[in-house]
Design a protein around this ligand. Structure first.
Ligand SMILES: [Zn+2]
Length: 641
């Protein structure tokens, strides 16, 4: 690393992925408002998140790394050690990049040596491709050389013949960056910056009009990775490239606080906003900060369903009842990217609203997108009543959501905690242990959340240390109580909803904070479609399995469209409907005894349509390989407040 004072070594670099401006002195920027902890300093304890992480670790190891590497070797003119995967072959190379990110994340989160060895092998093989190419290129875009040559000469005429090539490359850029940021691989950093330099030579010949036209085609977070290259190197040529990859059609609208998202492809837009946030964090340029924050605001407030996902058939379609009819519901990738955006915005402006969204998206969409037995990943999560989802299988289906899915379950520790110089945020209620090395502190959070309505935070310190503990007061718990040791004082008293409760003191070894989190039940109507509603318990989306015919296939093959749950659609009228006002529906829920340690089960008795007596509400994230009810048709009078 260049000793230019821009960034303070690997420890600061480790904070990059979520919060960039950990050391902004080189750009004259003030420090970030909050930083995330390096993933390696947070360990999950037993619970649903750790179960998902452990299963995903095994899943990652089951993938054939030589098959994932084949596209890069092939493009470099080297002999592949195994055939590349046939699924989504035109996008060859994208999953390999995600896989590298996933290994870096999972290695940091778990310390698993097998994962580390796999990552090192991958980087060594990519190094061979880099050396053979001789240009800095380490992409897998099939027959990419012709396209890149043409672009270098200033033309994008051939772009349409390829499947989102910059999107594809972005995954390998991100993989190499992550292998450095999370796992400290200096080789990966060298490859990353060389690859960035290659990209600079490609876009140098494009004038502003050609660049803007090129960016009409999905390009992932190319602006994000160039901002990261600037953060890692301090070289402003990368910052200039990050800005060139802004895509003014979106950027100018968002910076002007105008929502032009109708009918735009969701997962094409979200990564651009992640890039705006990264540029804003590094430069303090207000237009970039405004664009990122407004994008988040309008997507979360106007375009998000109860599970925290957005879009249907991959697009930001105008909200309305069509969301309850489409079998192509929110795409997992778009939520993965919204969570990255949330992390970046939180670091610039640590507002509890960001953590409220993150919690909703993480527990209801991301956690639910992994099959808890096979480890397979979900692409679309339909909101359509009585529909279902399909899952990928290892070494098949090379979808985008397989790529982001590989990463998702290794990054649960990323946002549970955050810190400033002298304050520690508890953002999420999740069984975990944090090591805050600078303070000589270990914090252990013991909870069975969301199955129980409390969390206990135990402080271990070598010697007494002063800092402010900031405990999140979520939007959903009006009766939250926070007490310290055996004292009766309730620190939550009077605190406003969706905020942080501060305890500023000199912390002693053994200090214990108890957080009580009573969860209310609420009914949330679908945006612009009040005839459909979802039921939440605290932040947890509750749903019901409904009878599912034998032979419905939940596992996708290698087919181009196999990620779509394209089986029989039940007629809308056959789905169960809820009757009455909201409070009546909730009053009629009967709490049921726990089954297999899962206590959040309720019998719905407010149903009106026949043949559905005895449906059981449970957390959506536990419902798999089944037709389900997430949004319910509301019969009779419109739901009251
Ligand atoms: Zn996807």
């Amino acid at each position: 690393m260049k000793a230019n004072g821009f960034i303070g070594g690997i420890a600061a670099a480790l904070a990059l992925a979520g919060c960039a401006s950990s050391a902004g002195s080189g750009s004259g920027a003030p420090p970030a408002q909050a930083l995330l902890f390096p993933l390696r300093d947070v360990r999950l304890l037993e619970g649903p998140l750790k179960a998902a992480q452990d299963l995903n670790t095994r899943t990652l190891l089951a993938y054939d790394v030589d098959r994932l590497l084949a596209p890069y070797l092939k493009e470099a003119g080297l002999e592949a050690k195994a055939p590349s995967f046939p699924a989504w072959a035109g996008l060859d190379g994208h999953v390999g990049g995600h896989y590298l990110s996933a290994l870096a994340l999972t290695g940091a989160a778990t310390g698993d040596e097998r994962i580390k060895a796999r990552m090192d092998y991958m980087i060594a093989e990519l190094r061979r491709c880099h050396d053979k190419n001789g240009s800095g290129y380490v992409g897998g875009v099939p027959n990419g050389a012709a396209l890149w040559d043409e672009m270098r000469r200033g033309s994008i005429a051939g772009l349409g013949k390829y499947w989102v090539p910059w999107y594809n490359l972005h995954k390998m850029y991100a993989g190499l960056r992550d292998a450095y940021v999370y796992a400290g691989s200096e080789d990966a950093k060298r490859l990353f910056l060389d690859f960035c330099d290659w990209g600079l030579r490609i876009i140098r010949g494009l004038d502003a009009a050609a660049m803007e036209a090129m960016l009409d085609t999905e390009f992932g977070g190319m602006n994000e990775v160039y901002a990261d290259a600037y953060a890692l190197s301090g070289d402003k040529k990368y910052l200039a490239a990050a800005k060139r990859f802004s895509h003014n059609t979106l950027f100018l609208s968002m910076a002007g606080r105008s929502d032009n998202l109708d009918n735009l492809h969701a997962n094409t837009q979200v990564p651009k906003a992640v890039g705006y946030a990264r540029v804003a964090a590094l430069t303090q340029e207000r237009a970039f900060g405004r664009a990122a924050a407004f994008f988040w605001d309008t997507v979360v407030k106007n375009r998000t369903l109860a599970l925290g996902g957005n879009g249907r058939s991959e697009y930001f379609r105008p909200m309305g009842k069509d969301y309850a009819e489409d079998v192509q519901g929110p795409e997992t990738c778009a939520t993965y990217n919204m969570m990255k955006l949330t992390e970046a915005l939180f670091c610039m402006s640590p507002d509890a609203a960001y953590a409220d969204y993150y919690e909703r998206a993480m527990y209801n969409h991301i956690l639910s997108s992994q099959n808890p037995v096979t480890g397979g990943y979900v692409y679309f999560t339909p909101a359509r009543p009585a529909h279902y989802r399909v899952y990928s299988e290892v070494n098949e289906a090379m979808w985008c959501c397989v790529g982001t899915g590989m990463e998702n379950h290794g990054r649960y520790g990323a946002f549970i905690y955050a810190h400033t110089q002298d304050a520690l945020y508890v953002n999420l209620y999740a069984a975990s242990e944090l090591h805050w090395a600078e303070k000589g502190l270990r914090l252990r959070q013991e909870t069975a959340f969301p199955d129980e309505e409390q969390s206990t935070i135990r402080i271990q310190v070598d010697s007494p240390v002063r800092f402010t503990l900031l405990i999140r007061r979520p939007w959903w718990s009006s009766r939250q109580a926070v007490t310290l040791n055996n004292d009766d004082e309730n620190y939550a008293a009077g605190a406003k909803m969706s905020s942080y409760i501060a305890i500023d003191r000199v912390w002693q070894d053994g200090d214990t904070v108890r957080v009580s989190l009573p969860m209310g039940m609420t009914v949330e109507v679908m945006p612009k479609a009040e005839q459909y509603a979802a039921i939440m318990r605290g932040p947890i989306l509750m749903a019901a399995r409904i009878p599912t015919e034998d032979g419905l296939d939940f596992f996708a093959d290698d087919g181009r469209w196999a990620h779509i749950p394209g089986g029989r659609k039940l007629p809308p009228g056959s789905a169960p409907a809820l009757a009455g006002r909201r409070e009546e529906i909730l009053e009629k829920l009967q709490h049921l005894p726990a089954v297999d340690g899962a206590p959040l089960r309720y019998r719905l008795t407010a149903l009106v349509s026949g043949g559905h007596a005895g449906l059981v509400l449970e957390p959506f994230f536990r419902i798999h390989e089944s037709r389900y009810m997430m949004y319910w048709p509301m019969q009779g009078s419109p739901p009251g407040q």
